[in-house]
Design a protein. Sequence first.
Length: 116
Amino acid sequence: MKRIASLTAVAIMAVGTLTACSGGDAYCDKLKDYDKDEDLAEVDFQSEEGQQQLIDVMEDLESDAPDELKDDYQLVIEGFTAIREGKPEDVDPKFQAAFTAIGEDAQENCDVDMGI
């Protein structure tokens, strides 16, 4: 929980509700693996390297995400990329709603609390 919640905190700080259908086993398994990743908990998401790692995690999750979340993941990945590039003004206004949809789906369908 703490690892994924760290990712969430970065998103909320950087830019600051949709519902989605259930995730598949591979997707939920990835979410749970990232949630247990102790190394991920130590990443400095304020650094450029940490922000890139966050983007990499989101892209990896997106690859197995249910179709209903694909657009949300793309919007979030684009938002994090804009933040990493120092262009927060380029973050889509729907960024937070998309991130919330991902978090709600993780909680409801995978029993992973992203802290959103």
